[in-house]
Design a protein around this ligand. Structure first.
Ligand code: R5P
Length: 317
């Protein structure tokens, strides 16, 4: 594909493999940058390519260690802005801090808005993100946001799998729309689990609305963090006579004790994307499969660079 040498892609240290796969898709080299730490612990970044007047993209998931990756991204943006890049797009495959997106009790922050402000102030002109937890988070940025979804790759995987007798299950009320899109795309019935969150690590799955007995299940969510949501729902589904249980999510955060829970849960397969790199422990959990979002991101970057439509990307979903 022809791309002008005006296009530059850089990688933060959160997900260099994904950034390099995006560059492979685009057929361009990854931009050179040197990231190091001063002895006092501060981070220093030096971009090694000439970026003056260039269209620059920085790929960085603000995943664990969240604050470190976030500050690194902010420094990267400042660096590119001061080096006279003509436009800077932040590519955030996984946007950490997204779940604190409203004041649901007194004296708590809205970190999603705070982080959006920080990214804009540091120099970003545009954002390219994947499954921002809630669609309205696009409006937290006062710059253009192109919002992709992991459903593009996950849907294709499950369509090819041709699961018969399928019921798509939303593990909570918040995911109902996503589950209903999966059900209509894959041709399944729809069910929903009533979930109660006890605290950050514990959830209870209390009731199921919909038919699951004797059915194969696909349960979908945007994030698997401690896996409490998925595992408690899977146990309830099994109790109610479900057959095979497949689980899908865009972001595999896998915070402790996710792996232990997934190993014990009645789940046949867990499918996530590589918005967050998986650690070695994840490979020990045989049921986890990772799909790549590199070509989806690469295609979106190409279209942004050429001022072409991103909406067309969604035609196959
Ligand atoms: C909640 O709103 C999200 O969609 C996920 O259900 C939640 O973040 C999953 O968290 P955990 O895996 O810790 O239950």
């Amino acid at each position: 594909m022809f791309l002008s040498d005006n296009l530059k892609i850089f990688s933060g240290s959160s997900n260099p493999e994904l950034a390099s796969d995006v560059c492979k898709y685009l057929g361009i080299p990854l931009g050179g940058a040197h990231i190091e730490r001063f002895p006092d612990g501060e981070k220093a970044i030096r971009v090694e390519d000439d970026v003056r007047g260039r269209d620059c993209f920085v790929v960085q998931s603000t995943c664990k260690p969240v604050d470190e990756h976030l500050v690194e991204l902010l420094i990267y943006l400042d660096c590119l802005r001061r080096a006279s890049a003509s436009r800077i797009t932040v590519v955030i495959p996984y946007f950490g801090y997204a779940r604190q997106d409203r004041k649901d009790e007194g004296r708590v922050p809205i970190t999603a808005k705070l982080v959006a402000n920080l990214i804009t102030t540091a120099g970003a002109n545009r954002v390219l993100a994947i499954d921002l937890h809630a669609n309205q988070l696009q409006g937290f940025f006062d710059i253009p946001v192109d919002h992709l979804t992991g459903e593009l790759v996950l849907n294709k995987y499950f369509r090819d799998k041709k699961i018969n007798n399928l019921t798509v299950v939303s593990p909570d009320v918040g995911n109902m729309k996503m589950a209903s899109r999966y059900a209509s795309n894959l041709g399944g019935e729809l069910a929903i689990v009533h979930k109660k969150r006890v605290n950050g690590r514990e959830v209870e799955a209390n009731e199921i609305i919909g038919e699951v007995e004797g059915r194969n299940i696909l349960m979908c969510d945007d994030i698997i963090a401690t896996a409490g949501t998925m595992c408690s729902a899977a146990s309830l589904l099994k109790e109610r006579g479900a057959e095979k249980i497949f689980v899908s999510a865009t972001h595999g955060v896998f915070a402790s004790p996710a792996f232990e829970r997934l190993e014990q849960a009645p789940i046949d397969e867990v499918v996530v994307t590589n918005t967050i790199p998986l650690n070695e422990r994840a490979q020990e959990v045989g049921s986890i499969k990772v799909l790549s979002v590199a070509s989806m991101l690469g295609e979106a970057i190409k279209r942004i660079h050429r001022n072409e439509s991103i909406s067309n990307l969604f035609n196959n979903i």
